[in-house]
Design a binder for this molecule. Structure first.
Ligand code: ADP
Length: 359
């Protein structure tokens, strides 16, 4: 039996808006789950239903196999960290972290030991006497996390906890959250719109779009085996290149380059004759020059971006555009005509109508 079960969960807001459709998932103890997707896709709504802050319109939420729909937030043994830290400004770091336990009337010695232990995990030992205003954004966020993890709860829910931090703090805090998870082993559900955060933190990622789950899988699965065009385009930076077109004679035209779909799809190619398909390849999974047995293409270089560890090349082939990621030492000149190859195993073909990957 799984620790948390979401069975056909739906959310219909009082104004009739259907924000979450048939969300199904089993979550095991200790997992780090990330809900990711563009703004408005239903991530927070789902998290809030798990927290008990929002009613479940339809479906069942189970904790250890027992129906929990009707349990209040406290009874669910769940702690939530919000994007606004919601610290008490007039209280020290110590008192902020201790607050929940003080309220419960826990023994002061026990509180002190727990606060110190929590502060150690979060690197806040030297800041316990400070007020929140004398802390950096990252430190405040750590206090907010401390307040959540000091309570012995089963699940931590985090809703975009890093969105108020600057880019550098976000990267630091991201690795700290991973570290805290390793130390506490606590089941965590984390909401973000940032695919990099999702990829770096998650054991499993749930990709959502417009209220529907698109795919659930490990970062590896989502990157190498995307279920559809949306997931393929959402995971990876710069995003996957897509060429959409009608199949003629088993072939697709990419700005004058003829793509022979048989190389990838074999006998299935015939099923798509006269239909639209989407041909996808990632910027980083190409090689410059001609490689035997690979898809070989020609294009013009429009722009290059030298980023240090790689160069992004913006190319055009006829009316089509794409981005290639290459070794900076191989950076071509602007307006140069280049040939590049995409190994067949690095290519994805999607049904143009359903947008599902063709396996
Ligand atoms: P996300 O967290 O992915 O950005 P949300 O779960 O916050 O998305 O919202 C999903 C959708 O539900 C959005 O279109 C949002 O406008 C809508 N929504 C959120 N709260 C309410 C509400 N109280 N009443 C009606 N619609 C809502």
């Amino acid at each position: 039996m799984s620790y948390l079960t979401l069975k056909d969960i739906n959310k219909i807001y009082p104004n009739g808006y259907h924000a979450v459709h048939n969300f199904n998932m089993e979550i095991e103890k200790g997992e780090f789950i990330v809900f990711v997707g563009p703004s408005g896709c239903g991530k927070s709504t789902t998290l809030r239903m798990i927290a008990g802050l929002e009613d479940i319109s339809n479906g069942e939420f189970l904790i250890n196999g027992k129906r929990a729909n009707e349990l209040g937030p406290r009874e669910r043994e769940i702690a939530m960290v919000f994007q606004s830290y919601a610290l008490y400004p007039q209280m020290t770091v110590y008192d902020n972290i201790a607050f929940g336990l003080t309220l419960q009337g826990v023994d002061e010695d026990v509180i002190e030991q727990k606060v110190k232990n929590t502060a150690r995990i979060l690197g806040l030992t030297d800041y316990l006497d400070r007020l929140p205003r004398a802390l950096s954004g990252g430190q405040r966020q750590r206090v907010a996390i401390g307040r959540a993890i000091i309570r012995k709860v089963g699940v931590f829910l985090m809703d975009e906890p890093l969105s108020n931090l600057d880019a550098k703090q976000r990267v630091t805090m991201r690795s700290e959250i991973a570290q805290i998870h390793r130390e506490t082993g606590a089941t965590t559900i984390y909401v973000t719109h940032d695919q990099t955060e999702a990829m770096t933190l998650a054991d499993r990622i749930v990709v959502m779009k417009e209220g529907y789950v698109q795919q659930i899988g490990t970062p590896y699965d989502l990157y190498f085996q995307p279920a559809n065009v949306f997931v393929a385009g959402f995971i990876g930076e710069p995003p996957m290149n897509f060429v959409k077109g009608m199949v003629k004679g088993g072939k697709l035209d990419f700005g004058g380059n003829i793509i022979d779909l048989k190389m990838k799809l074999g006998d299935k190619t015939a099923q798509y004759e006269g239909k639209e398909v989407v041909f996808g390849f990632r910027p980083e999974s190409i090689e410059l020059g001609k490689v035997d047995g690979a898809y070989q293409m020609e294009a013009m270089v429009e722009l290059t971006e030298m980023l240090g560890d790689n160069t992004n090349i913006y190319i055009t082939a006829g009316e089509e555009k794409a981005i290639l990621k290459v070794d900076p030492h191989d950076t071509p000149a602007i307006d140069e005509k280049i040939t590049f190859s995409v190994p067949v195993e690095n290519v994805y073909v999607f049904d143009g109508e359903t947008e599902l990957v063709i396996k």
